[in-house]
Design a protein around this ligand. Structure first.
Ligand SMILES: CC(=O)N[C@H]1[C@@H](OP(=O)(O)OP(=O)(O)OC[C@H]2O[C@@H](n3ccc(=O)[nH]c3=O)[C@H](O)[C@@H]2O)O[C@H](CO)[C@@H](O)[C@@H]1O[C@H](C)C(=O)N[C@@H](C)C(=O)N[C@H](CCC(=O)O)C(=O)O
Ligand SMILES: Nc1ncnc2c1ncn2[C@@H]1O[C@H](COP(=O)(O)OP(=O)(O)OP(=O)(O)O)[C@@H](O)[C@H]1O
Length: 521
């Protein structure tokens, strides 16, 4: 880890964040300096402050001893954590500081320790139910095309100046985020494109970062197990567009929630937020097909962005579906909103082949005859878009392999089932990540909803996902499209707490090999 600024003394931190030393802290504790902050003992390196706070499963203070063994030089906890520690010996004699609400103080404290790294980066944040990952990749692609050194944070991976590693969460925990941003600054990153999930916004994970440009994709039903209602879910997303969290905003107003967000922003901070749309002629920026109409081609949609004042930028995306034009338009307008001139962005994108980054597991085409596509669609909105994107360019049947996740947001199951039978010619219902719920129960719910909605539909159950993929690929005619939806880039299927290796793309390739590998990409 490369710190962007010198380490901070505990005395300074205690004064700045109103932290009280626990009874029994060693004399001279104020002079102890910390080089980093971690809230997970497994991520502690020597010189860190370990923050042990309450969690959904366990109190982090239980891991204070292990954190000190790993090199932590101080512990931050709350009164409940202090009780758990019982005495200074549990913290192996290092200073213990107490805050009433550790999660509330963690981001700002970590930012201070790492030298407020976000302030030396140009920062772009994307939120919305669907399209965050794709838009963040498009942003990174555009920024690189402009010659910038970039960082990327999201569901699939974290990339620091081109070096990637798998991500644990879509949006990292507060201390991990600040450490990562400091790492990026140390590696010469200039621009950051990151996904900000609604969980992260609800839990204040990105605070105190004020993003230079925030972008909104769309909102459809998801994560209601966490947010309770769509209103609360919307409120969490909308908080990214307050001045506490972003300087400028770009809102895609193709759906009602986007239009509502734009209205709120216009009322609360007029002039700071611009709108973009592929459908609404009144948006500040309109994405229009380059030809008379949107072409239903499998590859490369040319489009132009036209501002109300007539300014025009022509570009393209090779990712299929109108929704990817929307993602590309959002990414391009976010870059323009950061201060890049259209006359600079247009040639840079043209030289980079348009807004066509490789996005792992997002509409990823693995063969052409039959066309087999792996996509991450795992909620009704995304599934509808993915099916709709492939339909016009499928000469034969559209075959859909999908399942629903267990243990969370069960209300989306019947909706996904309806989308499936409405949009596909053949549906194979299989397992997704059952988590702690019996897999057969999840499949039964999906199947019942599908059959109730469309009694005559071609709907089948194949429990094992690898087998379902094999069946779909082997039965497909060359003119068919097989869409394997729900897991995208994921390589681990969790069943009752046990992780099993399962990569849809590997299974598709294995099935294609059984066909003789024709047209595999
Ligand atoms: C709701 C939520 O955000 N949960 C996260 C939270 O879990 P938790 O509160 O249950 O933590 P806990 O296990 O009780 O542990 C308490 C504390 O002890 C620490 N600990 C725990 C165990 C240990 O051995 N050592 C240790 O130090 C933990 O780091 C934590 O600070 O802290 C954990 C450690 O960082 C995270 O792994 C966990 O994310 C879980 C896996 C999760 O599923 N999160 C999802 C809901 C999430 O955040 N998803 C969004 C994207 C959603 C989407 O758009 O699809 C995301 O941004 O990723
Ligand atoms: N703008 C969009 N509108 C609707 N659906 C989309 C859009 N962009 C992508 N999708 C669909 O949503 C799926 C997830 O896309 P992506 O990974 O880019 O979004 P995400 O917001 O990062 O999702 P998640 O938070 O679940 O990781 C894609 O596989 C695609 O099916």
């Amino acid at each position: 880890m490369i710190a962007a600024q010198p380490a901070r003394s505990l005395g300074d931190l205690a004064a700045a964040f109103e932290l009280a030393p626990a009874p029994g802290s060693p004399p001279g504790w104020q002079a102890v300096t910390v080089h980093g902050v971690r809230a997970d003992n497994r991520r502690v390196t020597p010189g860190d402050l370990f923050a042990g706070h309450v969690g959904g499963h366990v109190h982090g203070a239980r891991f204070a001893g292990a954190a000190v063994d790993a090199g932590a030089v101080a512990v931050l906890t709350d009164p409940a954590g202090l009780d758990l520690l019982g005495g200074p010996e549990q913290a192996r004699g290092v200073p213990v500081l107490v805050a009433q609400d550790v999660p509330a103080v963690l981001g700002p404290l970590a930012a201070a320790v790492y030298g407020r790294p976000a302030e030396t980066l140009r920062t772009f944040a994307v939120t919305g139910t669907n399209g965050k990952t794709t838009t963040a990749y498009m942003l990174e692609h555009a920024l690189r095309a402009l010659g910038r050194t970039t960082g990327l944070i999201g569901t699939v991976e974290v990339r620091v100046a081109g070096r990637g590693q798998p991500a644990a969460l879509t949006t990292p925990q507060p201390a991990d985020l600040q450490a990562l941003l400091a790492d990026m600054v140390g590696a010469g990153v200039q621009d950051l494109a990151m996904e900000v999930s609604s969980h992260a916004l609800g839990l204040g994970r990105v605070d105190p970062v004020v993003f230079d440009v925030a972008g909104f994709t769309n909102l459809t039903q998801d994560h209601l197990d966490f947010h309770g209602t769509l209103e609360d879910y919307f409120a969490a997303k909308a908080s990214l567009f307050t001045s506490a969290r972003s300087r400028r905003g770009v809102v895609l107003v193709d759906d009602d929630w986007g239009r509502r967000l734009a209205q709120v922003c216009e009322r609360e901070r007029p002039g700071d937020v611009v709108t973009v749309s592929t459908t609404d002629a009144d948006a500040d920026w309109r994405a229009e097909p380059h030809d008379a109409d949107w072409r239903a081609e499998p590859h490369d949609t040319d489009f132009r962005l036209v501002h109300r004042d007539g300014t025009t930028l022509r570009t393209s995306t090779g990712l299929p579906g109108r929704f990817n034009v929307a993602n590309a338009a959002l990414a391009a307008v976010m870059v323009l909103t950061s201060g890049v001139a259209p006359g600079d962005l247009e040639p840079a994108l043209a030289a980079a082949g348009g807004l066509t980054p490789t996005v792992p597991g997002r509409m990823e085409e693995l063969s052409t005859r039959p066309r087999v596509v792996v996509d991450f669609a795992h909620n009704p909105g995304a599934l509808a878009q993915a099916v709709e994107a492939l339909r016009p360019t499928t000469a034969g049947r559209l075959v859909l392999v999908f399942g629903a996740t267990g243990s969370r947001d069960t209300a989306k199951r019947p909706e996904m089932a309806q989308v499936a039978v409405d949009g596909a010619d053949r549906v194979i219902v299989t397992d997704d990540d059952p988590h702690d719920e019996p897999a057969e129960q999840i499949r039964a719910e999906v199947l019942a909803a599908a059959r109730a909605h469309a009694p005559g539909a071609d709907v089948r159950e194949v429990a094992d996902r690898a087998e379902a993929i094999r069946v779909a690929v082997l039965e497909a005619d060359p003119a068919d499209t097989v869409l394997v939806a729900g897991r995208g880039h994921e390589t681990v299927q969790e069943i009752s707490g046990v992780d099993h290796h399962l990569d849809d793309r590997e299974e598709v390739r294995a099935a294609l090999a059984l066909r003789g590998g024709e047209s595999a990409r």
